[in-house]
Design a protein around this ligand. Structure first.
Ligand SMILES: [Fe+2]
Ligand SMILES: [Fe+2]
Length: 280
Protein backbone atom coordinates (compact mmCIF):
# COMPACT_ATOMS: atom_id res chain seq x y z
CA UNK A 1 0.00 0.00 0.00
CA UNK A 2 1.31 3.42 -0.90
CA UNK A 3 1.51 6.25 1.63
CA UNK A 4 -1.39 8.63 2.22
CA UNK A 5 0.67 11.57 0.84
CA UNK A 6 1.25 9.66 -2.38
CA UNK A 7 -2.40 8.67 -2.67
CA UNK A 8 -3.41 12.31 -2.22
CA UNK A 9 -0.98 13.32 -4.95
CA UNK A 10 -2.46 10.64 -7.25
CA UNK A 11 -5.88 12.10 -6.62
CA UNK A 12 -4.71 15.59 -7.63
CA UNK A 13 -3.22 14.14 -10.83
CA UNK A 14 -6.47 12.38 -11.54
CA UNK A 15 -8.45 15.62 -11.11
CA UNK A 16 -6.11 17.40 -13.56
CA UNK A 17 -6.48 14.54 -16.04
CA UNK A 18 -10.25 14.43 -15.64
CA UNK A 19 -10.75 18.19 -15.96
CA UNK A 20 -8.73 18.29 -19.19
CA UNK A 21 -10.60 15.28 -20.52
CA UNK A 22 -14.00 16.83 -19.76
CA UNK A 23 -13.08 20.25 -21.12
CA UNK A 24 -11.02 19.44 -24.21
CA UNK A 25 -10.91 15.79 -25.14
CA UNK A 26 -14.41 14.29 -25.12
CA UNK A 27 -15.57 12.98 -28.50
CA UNK A 28 -18.81 11.43 -29.58
CA UNK A 29 -18.82 8.18 -31.52
CA UNK A 30 -22.13 8.98 -33.23
CA UNK A 31 -21.59 12.62 -34.14
CA UNK A 32 -17.88 13.38 -34.40
CA UNK A 33 -16.76 10.59 -36.75
CA UNK A 34 -17.36 11.60 -40.39
CA UNK A 35 -19.74 8.71 -41.10
CA UNK A 36 -21.22 10.79 -43.95
CA UNK A 37 -18.04 10.07 -45.94
CA UNK A 38 -18.37 6.25 -45.91
CA UNK A 39 -18.71 6.19 -49.71
CA UNK A 40 -15.12 7.48 -50.00
CA UNK A 41 -13.71 4.55 -47.97
CA UNK A 42 -11.58 2.29 -50.20
CA UNK A 43 -11.54 -1.50 -49.70
CA UNK A 44 -8.17 -2.30 -48.20
CA UNK A 45 -7.88 -5.74 -46.59
CA UNK A 46 -4.75 -4.87 -44.62
CA UNK A 47 -6.27 -1.76 -43.07
CA UNK A 48 -9.44 -3.69 -42.21
CA UNK A 49 -7.49 -6.56 -40.63
CA UNK A 50 -5.44 -4.09 -38.57
CA UNK A 51 -8.62 -2.29 -37.45
CA UNK A 52 -10.14 -5.64 -36.47
CA UNK A 53 -6.96 -6.63 -34.62
CA UNK A 54 -6.77 -3.39 -32.61
CA UNK A 55 -10.49 -3.63 -31.95
CA UNK A 56 -9.78 -7.10 -30.53
CA UNK A 57 -6.93 -5.91 -28.30
CA UNK A 58 -9.23 -3.16 -26.98
CA UNK A 59 -11.96 -5.74 -26.32
CA UNK A 60 -10.05 -7.34 -23.46
CA UNK A 61 -11.31 -4.32 -21.51
CA UNK A 62 -13.19 -6.35 -18.86
CA UNK A 63 -9.92 -8.13 -18.02
CA UNK A 64 -7.91 -4.90 -18.07
CA UNK A 65 -10.38 -3.27 -15.72
CA UNK A 66 -10.63 -6.24 -13.37
CA UNK A 67 -6.86 -6.48 -13.04
CA UNK A 68 -6.42 -2.73 -12.61
CA UNK A 69 -9.08 -2.39 -9.95
CA UNK A 70 -7.87 -5.39 -7.98
CA UNK A 71 -4.37 -3.87 -7.84
CA UNK A 72 -5.62 -0.42 -6.90
CA UNK A 73 -7.97 -1.24 -4.03
CA UNK A 74 -7.87 1.60 -1.50
CA UNK A 75 -6.37 4.11 -3.92
CA UNK A 76 -9.15 6.60 -4.67
CA UNK A 77 -7.42 8.68 -7.36
CA UNK A 78 -6.13 5.71 -9.32
CA UNK A 79 -9.35 3.71 -9.00
CA UNK A 80 -11.40 6.67 -10.32
CA UNK A 81 -8.86 7.03 -13.10
CA UNK A 82 -9.39 3.36 -13.97
CA UNK A 83 -13.15 3.88 -14.17
CA UNK A 84 -12.83 6.92 -16.42
CA UNK A 85 -10.12 5.24 -18.46
CA UNK A 86 -12.43 2.26 -18.93
CA UNK A 87 -15.12 4.51 -20.42
CA UNK A 88 -12.63 5.96 -22.89
CA UNK A 89 -11.19 2.55 -23.81
CA UNK A 90 -14.70 1.16 -24.28
CA UNK A 91 -15.23 3.70 -27.06
CA UNK A 92 -12.05 2.58 -28.80
CA UNK A 93 -13.24 -0.96 -29.48
CA UNK A 94 -16.76 0.30 -30.25
CA UNK A 95 -15.70 2.87 -32.81
CA UNK A 96 -13.43 0.39 -34.61
CA UNK A 97 -16.28 -2.12 -34.56
CA UNK A 98 -18.66 0.48 -35.99
CA UNK A 99 -16.14 1.36 -38.68
CA UNK A 100 -15.87 -2.30 -39.76
CA UNK A 101 -19.65 -2.75 -39.69
CA UNK A 102 -20.70 0.51 -41.35
CA UNK A 103 -18.14 0.14 -44.15
CA UNK A 104 -19.44 -3.39 -44.76
CA UNK A 105 -15.97 -4.86 -44.31
CA UNK A 106 -17.31 -7.16 -41.58
CA UNK A 107 -20.86 -8.37 -41.02
CA UNK A 108 -22.68 -8.13 -37.72
CA UNK A 109 -22.41 -11.93 -37.44
CA UNK A 110 -18.66 -11.92 -37.99
CA UNK A 111 -18.24 -9.23 -35.35
CA UNK A 112 -20.32 -11.17 -32.81
CA UNK A 113 -18.29 -14.34 -33.50
CA UNK A 114 -15.09 -12.38 -33.03
CA UNK A 115 -16.31 -10.89 -29.73
CA UNK A 116 -17.30 -14.32 -28.43
CA UNK A 117 -13.90 -15.78 -29.25
CA UNK A 118 -12.17 -12.90 -27.49
CA UNK A 119 -14.35 -12.81 -24.41
CA UNK A 120 -13.78 -16.56 -24.04
CA UNK A 121 -10.12 -15.90 -23.30
CA UNK A 122 -8.53 -14.22 -20.31
CA UNK A 123 -5.80 -11.61 -20.15
CA UNK A 124 -3.72 -11.40 -16.98
CA UNK A 125 -1.62 -8.46 -15.84
CA UNK A 126 2.11 -8.96 -16.51
CA UNK A 127 3.03 -7.56 -13.06
CA UNK A 128 1.36 -7.95 -9.70
CA UNK A 129 2.82 -4.77 -8.20
CA UNK A 130 1.01 -1.42 -8.69
CA UNK A 131 4.19 0.58 -9.31
CA UNK A 132 5.45 -1.88 -11.91
CA UNK A 133 2.02 -1.83 -13.53
CA UNK A 134 2.16 1.96 -13.63
CA UNK A 135 5.50 1.77 -15.46
CA UNK A 136 4.10 -0.93 -17.74
CA UNK A 137 1.00 1.13 -18.55
CA UNK A 138 3.00 4.29 -19.24
CA UNK A 139 4.98 2.30 -21.84
CA UNK A 140 1.99 0.40 -23.17
CA UNK A 141 -0.21 3.47 -23.66
CA UNK A 142 2.62 5.30 -25.42
CA UNK A 143 3.29 2.29 -27.67
CA UNK A 144 -0.42 2.17 -28.46
CA UNK A 145 -0.33 5.88 -29.31
CA UNK A 146 2.60 5.30 -31.70
CA UNK A 147 0.78 2.40 -33.36
CA UNK A 148 -2.43 4.41 -33.87
CA UNK A 149 -0.51 7.43 -35.15
CA UNK A 150 1.14 5.21 -37.75
CA UNK A 151 -2.17 3.58 -38.66
CA UNK A 152 -3.73 7.01 -39.05
CA UNK A 153 -0.97 7.99 -41.47
CA UNK A 154 -1.51 4.75 -43.39
CA UNK A 155 -5.27 5.34 -43.55
CA UNK A 156 -4.69 8.88 -44.80
CA UNK A 157 -2.27 7.73 -47.48
CA UNK A 158 -4.75 5.05 -48.53
CA UNK A 159 -7.44 7.74 -48.89
CA UNK A 160 -9.68 6.59 -46.02
CA UNK A 161 -10.94 9.77 -44.32
CA UNK A 162 -13.18 7.92 -41.86
CA UNK A 163 -10.56 5.54 -40.46
CA UNK A 164 -7.97 8.33 -40.32
CA UNK A 165 -10.31 10.36 -38.12
CA UNK A 166 -11.18 7.33 -35.96
CA UNK A 167 -7.48 6.77 -35.29
CA UNK A 168 -6.95 10.48 -34.57
CA UNK A 169 -9.52 10.39 -31.76
CA UNK A 170 -8.16 7.16 -30.31
CA UNK A 171 -4.51 8.24 -30.51
CA UNK A 172 -5.29 11.46 -28.65
CA UNK A 173 -6.88 9.46 -25.82
CA UNK A 174 -3.93 7.06 -25.67
CA UNK A 175 -1.48 9.95 -25.36
CA UNK A 176 -3.52 11.40 -22.49
CA UNK A 177 -3.53 8.00 -20.76
CA UNK A 178 0.23 7.68 -21.15
CA UNK A 179 0.74 11.18 -19.74
CA UNK A 180 -1.31 10.33 -16.67
CA UNK A 181 0.80 7.26 -15.95
CA UNK A 182 3.96 9.31 -16.58
CA UNK A 183 2.80 11.78 -13.92
CA UNK A 184 2.07 8.97 -11.46
CA UNK A 185 5.48 7.47 -12.20
CA UNK A 186 7.10 10.87 -11.59
CA UNK A 187 5.42 10.96 -8.16
CA UNK A 188 6.77 7.48 -7.45
CA UNK A 189 10.25 8.64 -8.47
CA UNK A 190 10.03 11.54 -6.00
CA UNK A 191 8.87 9.12 -3.33
CA UNK A 192 11.41 6.33 -3.93
CA UNK A 193 13.82 6.99 -6.75
CA UNK A 194 15.95 3.85 -6.54
CA UNK A 195 12.99 1.50 -6.19
CA UNK A 196 11.03 3.15 -9.00
CA UNK A 197 14.05 3.11 -11.34
CA UNK A 198 14.53 -0.60 -10.63
CA UNK A 199 10.86 -1.26 -11.43
CA UNK A 200 10.99 0.81 -14.62
CA UNK A 201 14.17 -0.96 -15.76
CA UNK A 202 12.57 -4.34 -15.14
CA UNK A 203 9.42 -3.40 -17.02
CA UNK A 204 11.36 -2.03 -20.02
CA UNK A 205 13.45 -5.20 -20.18
CA UNK A 206 10.46 -7.50 -20.17
CA UNK A 207 7.94 -5.38 -22.11
CA UNK A 208 5.38 -7.07 -24.34
CA UNK A 209 2.18 -5.59 -25.75
CA UNK A 210 -0.94 -7.06 -24.14
CA UNK A 211 -3.29 -9.65 -25.50
CA UNK A 212 -2.28 -9.75 -29.16
CA UNK A 213 -1.34 -13.41 -28.86
CA UNK A 214 -4.75 -14.12 -27.35
CA UNK A 215 -6.50 -13.06 -30.56
CA UNK A 216 -7.97 -15.60 -32.97
CA UNK A 217 -5.74 -16.22 -36.06
CA UNK A 218 -2.82 -14.60 -34.32
CA UNK A 219 -0.17 -15.77 -36.81
CA UNK A 220 -1.94 -14.16 -39.77
CA UNK A 221 -2.27 -10.94 -37.83
CA UNK A 222 1.39 -10.64 -36.90
CA UNK A 223 2.41 -10.28 -40.53
CA UNK A 224 -0.15 -7.60 -41.18
CA UNK A 225 0.60 -5.89 -37.89
CA UNK A 226 4.07 -5.16 -39.18
CA UNK A 227 2.45 -2.36 -41.15
CA UNK A 228 1.95 -0.79 -37.72
CA UNK A 229 5.70 -0.32 -37.84
CA UNK A 230 6.54 -0.80 -34.19
CA UNK A 231 9.64 -2.95 -34.06
CA UNK A 232 12.34 -3.05 -31.39
CA UNK A 233 14.08 0.03 -32.73
CA UNK A 234 10.88 2.09 -32.91
CA UNK A 235 9.93 0.93 -29.43
CA UNK A 236 13.23 2.20 -28.11
CA UNK A 237 13.38 5.51 -30.00
CA UNK A 238 9.68 6.46 -30.02
CA UNK A 239 8.53 4.99 -26.71
CA UNK A 240 11.34 4.34 -24.21
CA UNK A 241 13.46 7.44 -24.92
CA UNK A 242 10.52 9.90 -24.95
CA UNK A 243 9.21 8.40 -21.70
CA UNK A 244 12.63 8.79 -20.08
CA UNK A 245 12.83 12.39 -21.37
CA UNK A 246 9.37 13.19 -19.98
CA UNK A 247 10.55 11.89 -16.59
CA UNK A 248 13.80 13.85 -16.73
CA UNK A 249 15.78 10.60 -16.86
CA UNK A 250 18.65 9.52 -19.09
CA UNK A 251 19.14 6.04 -20.43
CA UNK A 252 22.14 5.86 -18.10
CA UNK A 253 19.80 6.28 -15.12
CA UNK A 254 17.83 3.30 -16.28
CA UNK A 255 20.49 0.90 -17.44
CA UNK A 256 22.78 1.40 -14.48
CA UNK A 257 20.11 -0.45 -12.57
CA UNK A 258 21.21 -4.07 -12.00
CA UNK A 259 19.02 -6.56 -13.85
CA UNK A 260 17.84 -8.22 -10.68
CA UNK A 261 14.91 -9.98 -12.14
CA UNK A 262 15.44 -9.63 -15.86
CA UNK A 263 15.15 -12.98 -17.58
CA UNK A 264 17.41 -12.18 -20.49
CA UNK A 265 19.10 -8.87 -19.84
CA UNK A 266 17.91 -7.90 -23.32
CA UNK A 267 16.36 -4.46 -23.34
CA UNK A 268 14.04 -4.87 -26.26
CA UNK A 269 11.32 -7.26 -27.32
CA UNK A 270 12.67 -10.36 -29.00
CA UNK A 271 10.37 -10.37 -32.03
CA UNK A 272 11.89 -8.45 -34.88
CA UNK A 273 8.82 -7.46 -36.81
CA UNK A 274 6.40 -6.28 -34.19
CA UNK A 275 6.41 -5.52 -30.52
CA UNK A 276 6.06 -9.01 -29.19
CA UNK A 277 2.99 -9.87 -27.19
CA UNK A 278 2.66 -11.27 -23.71
CA UNK A 279 2.80 -14.96 -23.17
CA UNK A 280 -0.70 -14.66 -21.78
FE1 LIG B 1 -7.40 2.23 -26.33
FE1 LIG C 1 -5.35 3.79 -23.58
Amino acid sequence: MTSRALREAFHREYMTFFERAERTRRWNLFEDVPWDRLDEVPRDDRLALCAETFCGVEMFLPDYLREHLSLLAGDYGQAWFAANWGYEEAKHSLVLREYLRRTGQRTEDQLHDYAEQILGRRWRAPHDDPRRMTAYLALQELTTFVIYRKQRELARRTGDPVLAEVYRFIARDEMAHSRFYQRVLALHLDDDRAGTLADLAHVVRTFRMPAEDLLPDYDDRVTVMRTAGVDARVFFTEVVLPLLAALGLSRGDLFRVPAETARTGVVLPARAGAVAPTEG
